[in-house]
Design a protein. Structure first.
Ligand SMILES: [Zn+2]
Length: 382
């Protein structure tokens, strides 16, 4: 791992409104997760650090949203948000169990996108070395003309469009358990944005894409990398895949900005997925990304999936501490013990999978890495 900033100027871009919009009563994405996270960050003293600022997010404009979404789609989201009945909304992916709609959804999503834009602007202007917008990133499945996988407007694509417009090259690293298909699609033909997604293979998990062979088109050929992993991949195996692909590709690409999506639905207790990472495995990834970011000089981070409340609160608190270069104590403050039966930030690792299954996982992942080495690495001269 390379040298990190000693005392990075760190920004947490968050507002309480971002934890109050519930998609539907039974929806697995519970925005309360962000409130628990923010409370835990505060109780851990992170928000009082001299090098951590808490700027308010701005709201994304319709014009900004339309840099990556069809105006017909944007207008229908706006109409539904204002209480209109939209009979044709199904063709835009709206009104499904994954993407239910109700009044206010446009405004809430525009604020979420705005939080990512605020983080990006703080970093590109040099006001922050690293800015974290934890409400962002969860829209990484949203497509130009449709909602998908809990995503409405793709904040990462919108923010990176603005950076490319300003002449910046961006490396996007998505460590969510699901393939970052909407972000990949948003920059699939561009050589200005390198997208790398490490995820549970689409063979077993939504959205069913993210194979090694998806390497981009036209000018973007070679600038889309996917690392699909076998279910039950654990910390060590996940980090082997990370180490072998992500640092060499990012260094060869020489970006101006590192943009990371930090979904924590890779956690072994996550109810929607099947990877087996611990909070400490996740945080080690954040530290490695921080090492790369320090070489580049600019780091924008967003949240993403994560459906176990304790894992989300602990992981993203650990992430902010790593960004600010602050050592958290081992113990979670006592008032948070009711979130789970754990009293520590680090997990007690899950019972190891039997050797036979570990070998099967390794065989799958090794094949993935070999394919990436032969398909993508030569385009970067590595
Ligand atoms: Zn996810």
């Amino acid at each position: 791992m390379t040298q990190y900033w000693t005392q990075p100027k760190t920004a947490l871009v968050y507002a309480d409104e971002l934890s109050q919009y519930q998609l539907s009563p039974e929806h697995p994405l519970r925005p309360i997760r962000l409130q628990h996270m923010h409370d835990l960050m505060r109780a851990s003293g992170l928000l009082d650090l001299a090098n951590v600022a808490s700027p308010a997010p701005r709201v994304a404009t319709k014009q900004e949203i339309e840099t990556s979404h069809d105006p017909d789609y944007v207008s229908i989201v706006e109409a539904i948000s204002n209480g209109a009945i939209a009979p044709g909304m199904g063709e835009f992916g709206l009104g499904s169990s994954d993407n239910p709609v109700r009044p206010g959804i446009y405004e809430t999503t525009a604020l979420c996108v705005g939080s990512t834009l605020t983080a990006s602007e703080l970093v590109t202007s040099g006001k922050a070395d690293v800015a974290f917008a934890p409400a962002g990133g969860v829209h990484h499945h949203a497509m130009p003309r449709s909602a998908a996988g809990f995503g409405i407007f793709n904040d990462a694509v919108i923010a990176m469009n603005a950076m490319v417009e300003a002449g910046l090259r961006v490396a996007y690293i998505d460590i969510d358990c699901h393939h970052g298909d909407g972000v990949q699609m948003g920059h699939y033909d561009s050589d200005q944005v390198l997208t790398i997604s490490i995820h549970e293979s689409g063979q077993w998990l939504f959205p069913g894409t993210g194979y090694v062979q998806e390497i981009g088109v036209g000018d973007g050929t070679g600038y889309s990398a996917n690392i699909p992993l076998a279910p039950y991949t654990q910390d060590d195996q996940w980090h082997t895949a990370f180490d072998e692909v992500i640092p060499p590709l990012v260094r060869a690409f020489k970006p101006d900005v590192l943009f990371t999506q930090l979904g924590i639905d890779t956690h072994f207790q996550d109810p929607l997925t099947h990877l087996s990472l611990t909070t400490q495995g996740f945080n080690l990834a954040v530290k490695k990304l921080g090492g790369l970011a320090a070489e580049i000089g600019k780091w924008v981070a967003v949240g993403g999936g994560g459906y176990d409340l304790s894992a989300v609160a602990r992981s993203w608190t650990m992430a902010l501490a790593s960004m600010a270069n602050f050592d958290l104590p081992d113990q979670v403050p006592a008032e948070f013990n009711s979130l789970s039966n754990l009293t520590t930030f680090a997990d007690i690792p899950p019972v190891p999978t039997e050797q036979q299954y570990l070998d099967e996982i390794q065989t799958h992942n090794t094949q993935t890495l070999n394919e990436i080495r032969s398909l993508i690495f030569p385009k970067f001269g590595i």
